[in-house]
Design a protein around this ligand. Structure first.
Ligand code: PLP
Length: 227
């Protein structure tokens, strides 16, 4: 099942990149393994995936402790400052940095471990109430400045979640506004080369709008069961 799902997904990614006139290797597939067990993660590894995304701090810590092979763990969920300590060991990337307080805590915990954690700033690109993320451009620049100066953070890009609506114009506009912000920040000298956007329902649009990382769970592991 999982191997077949991955095969179909890889094919869709290949076709979407081709349609967009982009190279397949410009887009990293992050397999979102939240709520999924270690055996299923191992099946995805057997099918060639090496990059996994987790939403819950302790779940990432526990899974990374069990899976000692060379995989890259990305933390993609909302992160409370008191839980940074759980993700700082395993995470190579944290996609959800949306406040100075959180960035400072990640810098501190990374420092204790003498490592550098790669950072994406989460930007709010829609009006949906439930979404986290930096609300305005000025705050994004302020946060980027902080990350650039922090010794144990490496600013790498921007992340967003599109609103959950059927109207593809709204979804596309959300991705496009993230790309425009990236272009603006890049022009000002910030190294925000990555765009983390697109999930099971909208990754093809995201690839068309310039995503370099897509975060896909359901299309790989099936519908999640929350207990
Ligand atoms: C769960 C989640 C995903 C993956 O969603 P699917 O629809 O299952 O592909 C991507 N990004 C974030 C931040 C998530 O929480």
């Amino acid at each position: 099942m999982i191997a077949e799902n991955i095969r179909i997904l890889q094919d869709r990614i290949a076709r979407a990149t081709e349609r967009a006139g982009r190279n397949r290797d410009e887009v990293t597939l992050i397999a979102v393994s939240k709520t999924v067990g270690v055996p299923e993660v191992r099946l995805a590894m057997q099918a060639g995936l090496r990059t996994f995304g987790e939403n819950f701090a302790q779940e990432l810590r526990d899974k990374a402790a069990e899976i000692t092979e060379d995989v890259a763990w990305h933390f993609i969920g909302h992160l409370q400052t008191n839980k940074v300590k759980y993700v700082a060991d395993a995470a190579t990337f944290i996609h959800s940095v949306d406040s100075l307080k959180l960035a400072a805590e990640i810098d501190k915990e990374a420092g204790k471990r003498q490592k550098v954690i790669k950072i994406l700033l989460e930007i709010k690109t829609s009006d949906e109430e439930s979404k986290h993320g930096v609300q305005n451009e000025g705050d994004a620049f302020t946060l980027a400045d902080f990350c650039m100066k922090a010794q144990h953070l490496e600013l790498c890009g921007l992340m967003t979640m599109a609103p959950f609506v059927d109207d593809t114009t709204i979804v596309r506009n959300s991705f496009r506004s993230l790309r425009l912000l990236k272009e603006k920040m890049t022009a000002s000298g910030y190294p925000v080369h990555h765009l983390s956007m697109g999930m099971t329902g909208d990754f093809e649009l995201a690839i068309e709008e310039g995503a370099t990382m897509i975060r896909v769970g359901t299309a790989i592991f099936g519908e999640r069961i929350y207990i």
